[in-house]
Design a protein around this ligand. Sequence first.
Ligand code: NDP
Length: 296
Amino acid sequence: SGRADVIDGEAVAAAVRESVAEAVSRLDEVGVTPGLATVLMSDDPASETYVRMKQRDCAEVGIESRHVEIDTDAPASELFATIEELNDDPAIDGILVQRPLTEGVDEPAALRRVDPRKDVDGFHPENVGRLVTGDPRFVPCTPLGVQRLLTEAGVEIPGSDVVVVGRSELVGKPLANLLLNRGDDADATVTVCHSKTDDLAAHVSRADVVVVAAGVPGLVDGEMLSADATVIDVGINAVGEGDDRKLIGDVDYESASEVARAITPVPGGVGPMTRAMLLKNTVTAAANQAAVDIDL
Ligand code: NDP
């Protein structure tokens, strides 16, 4: 019913996976097999599912994955020792420490242990610093996925007014830095909004691009948007019970798609892109460590 173009994250993610698989075969020709280690120290069922999905994604493109589970009763030193071993293991190119870690474990300390050259999540302070100083190495997967969706949707990012709703270290902040940096797929004028923002609607209404990563269903709706806006909905919220249970985003899709130029659906927008970008970062890590140039 709406008139906005639907940005198909599944299709773009499939294209990313295909180019990753091609890069994997180029690496294979020179005897390199990319390897990703996933580390889980949590009983959270959602985290277990995420880790399994990441392993399946790896298998699909030819990345070897290894899974290490640390007992939630174990001391943090066991987690740290595991990370050190993976840092030293030449078969492992990327290390992903699944968050949230079990209560009581110092998460920033764990993330600092990861060798920044293997930090495919882009959470190590060295990689955060490199992004902020305009010399990115590993950029967090969701911001990378959002940037790619914007270019695929035909958005001319340089000079555009981008409003990012959300300032988390995971999504909002790195995305703002990514789009603020110099470059053909960046050079944006970026506004970052959050829960203390005085008048969210005033900011959103003059944006060419609105990216919502707040975890609040319906936070942005059609009435707030300008007619030619491109809307990227990062939010994933579970609503309803039993058979009525479903996932919705942070954007009121019905009203927003009546107004916007283009919009991502939930599910099927940013989610698949986040997963695909982890594969891309892992293959990049393998190529860097093998000092092979793979044009990915
Ligand atoms: P966080 O909870 O860490 O951050 C939420 C941000 O939104 C905060 O900066 C918060 O402000 C802001 N916010 C909350 N309420 C409002 C409001 N009423 N008005 C304006 N800003 C508000 O979440 P994440 O960044 O980790 O994730 C955001 C959403 O994206 C979640 O739904 C999450 O599930 C989803 N997600 C989806 C991914 C994907 O692949 N599709 C990947 C990662 C996350 P303040 O800082 O002031 O508290």
